[in-house]
Design a protein around this ligand. Structure first.
Ligand SMILES: Cc1cc2nc3c(=O)[nH]c(=O)nc-3n(C[C@H](O)[C@H](O)[C@H](O)COP(=O)(O)OP(=O)(O)OC[C@H]3O[C@@H](n4cnc5c(N)ncnc54)[C@H](O)[C@@H]3O)c2cc1C
Ligand code: FES
Length: 290
């Protein structure tokens, strides 16, 4: 059992829980994830390790309430426990001293960008963080990112907070300002469409670009094949070969198609669960409403 020690609402439909998971906390590195189950009949689903405190034996998990599993997790209270949690899984992000690093987090991906930005900074890089969300209500970790980045750029789609527009617009400005040759690496994590746009922005400049992919995962150990992605024309399993890959080699079209494979089942499961809980369904403004 993995006890929940703290719980906080970070942003709209976005929660953070701090979980006691001693082994995970003492082995985790930036870029890795855990796979959990809410109960013995629940599905297995991955969440990124948003930080780790080996001394206290704790890890925070930050999640957007998307459907049944993350919605149910959001109902767990402090003092409760997650029955099943394995990790750290996946390869840690490759952290090298490459000079200037631009670290991009979009939406709930900001939580995954944070430990990576910190690790790049600890390795002696000059780190520019770029975080973006649809609107101010969905933004979080601004202070945390500011604390580990040499410079932080905040954007919202409509400009309700920070600069107006997409993270890729800020990325283009940074490439112009710093010069493509001076940028050692761009790291991006967030919605697939955002990571694809980042890849297309850096491709013409030949800037090394790494993305953390988020295909559907089941076992997380390379056995089920659920997380297959195509990278450089080869089939890879994101859980054991990734989740980080060279952005310029990823077949994002295939990834997006595979992410939508179970939409009908996910929606049915979510609606049945929300009805059972007496919660509202089919509210387009609310991601957690199926
Ligand atoms: C390596 C990795 C790290 C992730 N880290 C985070 C994180 O830190 N915070 C966060 O909020 N989300 C994270 N996700 C996504 C998270 O796993 C899904 O949002 C979650 O599984 C949705 O489940 P659900 O039942 O709540 O929603 P559903 O309605 O079942 O699904 C909503 C969408 O989530 C995706 N999804 C569903 N099941 C899975 C699954 N088993 N594996 C992966 N994606 C799935 C699909 O694209 C689906 O359309 C991560 C995904 C991966 C692959
Ligand atoms: S999640 Fe099963 S092979 Fe990767």
């Amino acid at each position: 059992m993995f006890k929940i020690l703290q719980k906080e609402v970070l942003a709209e439909n976005t929660k953070k829980i701090v979980v006691e998971a001693r082994d995970v906390a003492s082995h985790a590195k930036a870029g890795q994830f855990v796979i959990l189950r809410n109960d013995e009949r629940g599905e297995r689903y991955p969440l990124t390790i948003a930080d780790f405190n080996a001394a206290q034996g704790t890890i925070p998990l930050v999640f957007l309430e998307m459907g049944k599993s993350t919605g149910r997790l959001g109902q767990f209270d402090v003092g409760g426990a997650i029955p099943d949690l394995v990790g750290p899984l996946g390869n840690p992000t490759r952290i090298e001293n490459v000079g200037n690093v631009i670290c991009i987090g979009g939406g709930v991906g900001i939580a995954a960008a944070y430990p990576v930005a910190r690790a790049f900074a600890q390795a002696g890089n000059h780190v520019v963080g770029v975080i973006g969300a649809k609107n101010k209500a969905l933004l979080f970790f601004e202070d945390e990112m500011r604390a580990v980045c040499d410079e932080l750029i905040v954007t919202t789609d409509a400009g309700s907070h920070g600069a107006k527009g997409f993270v890729t617009e800020r990325l283009s400005e940074l490439i112009e300002r710093l010069g493509a040759d001076a940028i050692g690496e761009v790291f991006a994590v967030g919605p697939t469409v955002m990571m694809k746009a980042v890849a297309e922005t850096t491709r013409p400049h030949g800037i090394r670009t790494t993305v953390s992919l988020n295909p559907i995962m089941v076992d997380g150990t390379g056995m089920c094949g659920g997380c297959r992605v195509e990278v450089g024309g080869e089939t890879k399993f994101a859980c054991v070969d990734g989740p980080d890959f060279d952005a310029h080699q990823v077949d994002f079209g295939l990834l997006m198609a595979r992410q939508r494979m179970y939409l009908q089942e996910e929606s049915q499961a979510c609606q049945a669960w929300r009805l059972e809980q007496g919660l509202k369904i089919s509210d387009e403004e609310n991601p957690a409403s199926c």
